[in-house]
Structure formats: C-alpha cells, structure tokens
Write a new protein. Structure first.
Length: 255
C-alpha cells in the first residue's frame, strides 16, 4: 500500500501554537540581523527567512502582516541598536527623546518585512506565479522601493562570502538579494515537504516527487550556476594574483 501525502498547503496550522509562531518570526529577525553585526556569520542570511515562511504558510493575511512585523522589529532593533546613542551624540537629544525617536524609526523599518510577508501572501493566493519566482521578486522590489533613511540590502551582509559575491559584477547587488531570497524559499519548501509528510518518513533523498518539480529544478540549477561561477571567478582571480611580480619592501622606523 502506498503512503498518501498530506496536501502541502492544507496542513493543520493549529498544531503550531501562537507563541511558537511569534517565536519563529522573531528567530527570523535575529538570524537576518546577526550577519549585519558580524559578517563572519553570513550563512545565516541564506536561511534567515525560513522560520518566518514556515510561520506564515497557513495563516491569514492579518497574521502574516503581524508576524512579518515581529521579524522586522527584531531585525531593526538588533541591527540598528546604536540609533539611540547616535541621536544623543549627533543631535544632543536626551535619552528619553532619543528612545522615542528610535522606537518610531524601528517600527517604520519593520514595515519592510511586514509588507514582504503581506505582499507574498496576497500575490501567492491571487496569482499562479510560482513561489520560487514570486518571493525573490517581492524581496528585491520592496528592498529597492521602500524608502529608508539608511538603505539596506541582504547582499551587504555577504562581504566575507567571497564565492557568493563574484557574480555581483554582472547581476548587481539586487541580483545577490534575489539569489539569497531564492535560497530561502527553496529551503522553506523542502522543510515544509518533510514536516508535512513526516508520517510518510520522507528524507532529503525521496522528497522530490512531492515538489512541484520543474520550478524548483530551475531554482536549484540557478543557485548551482551562481555558486559555480563564483567559485571559478574566485579561483581565476587567485591564479592571476599568483602571476603578479613581487617587490620586496623594507620599513625603517626612527627611534
């Protein structure tokens, strides 16, 4: 007897408690902010949206907006914790005034993530556009169009990921933003397939038939091409550097 798969978009969301949904949204904000605080943790950006995407998958629009707002607040407060001190030092405001302005600033910045989740849910329900195309388009569009005092891009957290940033030469910073969003949506869908079909004992090796296969095949191919180019470009650059002539320098410091 063959195992029957659970419809991926009709899993009973009630098994996930409300506090857990909020915690998942906050986790996304933390994961996305950490690489901006220390670029050594750049890999977290490539999975940072996954908890949020899992949380909003089967909730209504209002809750999607709320969970995106939680992600945005955690991200904004964590990544721009310095705003209060900045206002006190640059404007001479007292702590109370600086804190009020900072709270307004963080809430405003958080709307970016709330709009991403809300737009994704609306357009996913209203159109037949594949989510692995839709989510990167929404992320890139809103990161480029939403007015911010201090502009921010997901790609800015990837300074230490040399392989990933090579193709920026051709695709630009928005191209890397899109690839990061693509990675997040692919990993989200893979995890959702595994979790929602847990009774069927799916693994990474036999979950493929449960996908809408061809869009994800294209997405994975695109990710593979991006990193293949980055690896080859970086290797070529290193080989080129090795051929450069060297000059010995001596420094003398007067005592």
């Amino acid at each position: 007897m063959q195992n029957q798969s659970v419809p991926l978009d009709h899993v009973n969301q009630k098994i996930i408690s409300q506090p857990l949904l909020i915690l998942m949204a906050a986790l996304s904000g933390a994961l996305l902010s950490i690489p901006f605080l220390s670029s050594d943790y750049y890999v977290l950006t490539w999975i940072g949206f996954v908890p949020l995407l899992l949380a909003i998958n089967n909730v209504r629009l209002g809750k999607s907006y709320f969970l995106g707002l939680i992600t945005g607040l955690v991200f904004s407060v964590s990544a721009s914790y310095w705003v209060i001190d900045f206002l006190m030092l640059s404007k001479g405001y007292d702590f109370f005034t600086s804190s009020l302005i900072a709270l307004f600033f963080w809430f405003y910045c958080a709307q970016l993530f709330a709009l991403i989740t809300l737009s994704f849910k609306i357009l996913k329900n209203a159109s037949r556009i594949q989510e692995c195309l839709l989510f990167p388009l929404i992320v890139v569009s809103l990161f480029s169009l939403y007015p911010m005092i201090f502009t921010v891009h997901l790609a800015e957290s990837q300074g230490q990921f040399i392989t990933a940033i090579q193709a920026v030469e051709w695709a630009g910073v928005y191209g890397l933003d899109a690839i990061i969003a693509l990675s997040n949506i692919v990993i989200f869908r893979l995890l959702w397939v595994l979790f929602s079909n847990a009774k069927n004992r799916l693994s990474l090796f036999n979950a493929w038939p449960y996908f809408n296969s061809w869009p994800y095949a294209v997405a994975i191919l695109l990710l593979a091409l991006w990193f293949s180019y980055g690896w080859q470009a970086n290797a070529h650059w290193k080989d080129k550097i090795d051929t450069w002539p060297t000059v010995r320098l001596g420094l003398v410091q007067e005592v």
